[in-house]
Design a protein around this ligand. Sequence first.
Ligand code: GLN
Length: 327
Amino acid sequence: MIQKIDKQAVQEALEMAYDRCKNETGGKNADYIPYLANVPSDLFGIAACLPDGDVVAVGDVKYRFGIESVSKVPTAILAMNQYSGEEVLQKIGADATGLPFNSIMAILLEKDHPSTPLVNAGAISACSMIRPTGDSQGKWQAIVEFIADLAGSPVEVIDELYKSETATNFNNKSIAWLLKNYNRIYDDPDLALDIYTRQCSIGVTAVQLAVMAATIANGGVNPITCKPVFKPELAPKITSMMATVGFYEHTGDWLFQTGLPAKTGVGGGIMGVVPGVMGVAAFAPPLDEAGNSVKAQKALAYISLHLNMGVFGTTRCVMEEKEPARA
Ligand code: GLN
């Protein structure tokens, strides 16, 4: 069964989600990265990008915040695009850890591979894979251009955030070198860690996240620029990874409640992919204890349920224009 939705329905769902969630006071800004502690806690924005490139948005959708772990998604796609899904599976893995994003225990438990590119260990490993290896500037260029292609607009590092993360990323340093010990770093560990830290410090808006998600939902073709950004067969691969571990140790609860493959970051952003239908994103800095934005989760859960976007349901939503021809 197909449920048709249109731009108007999406706009209304976003507005209702905004109204319902705007007074939510739960959670707390990340403070282990000093810059993030000082981002205004009341910022809140929601955006969606539809297959024809139309963007609908409400709230603080032009504010540039730290992409943080949402950046693990583009780098995982880029690694699969440069190598193959199989090779990333073999070098890194695609399993949920069931543990916090920065877990060292997860590496010790699964020392044969870092588990998934969507936790810190696997993301640092993915950064080490990105070509050209051994060339920090070249690697960085590849990553930042790839993110801009996904978003359909330029992105750059928030310098203050990068400095703040670099000065405090002791746990990630341990991860990089522990992975080196297990032969799961495919470049210089310090170089890979610096690239990871830089990519986490990229500033994005909720609209840019929604367009990135829409590019994935659209099989790798950016719906605004119409540019093919990555191989279409990788879209279901990355979406499955997001579904598996996008909320770390809370992922099962999230997926059970919403059916929406999504990825969070400690900057307060979340991006969700509804394959073939749309990309959706929300941003609000205060986080729950697993590092996932409280308000953005509530907003996206509301939208997913209200528009029936869960990917496991037998009634699936489609955009009005995309209704498949009937036999
Ligand atoms: N840069 C952050 C870190 O490495 C990203 C974590 C996150 O967003 N979950 O800790």
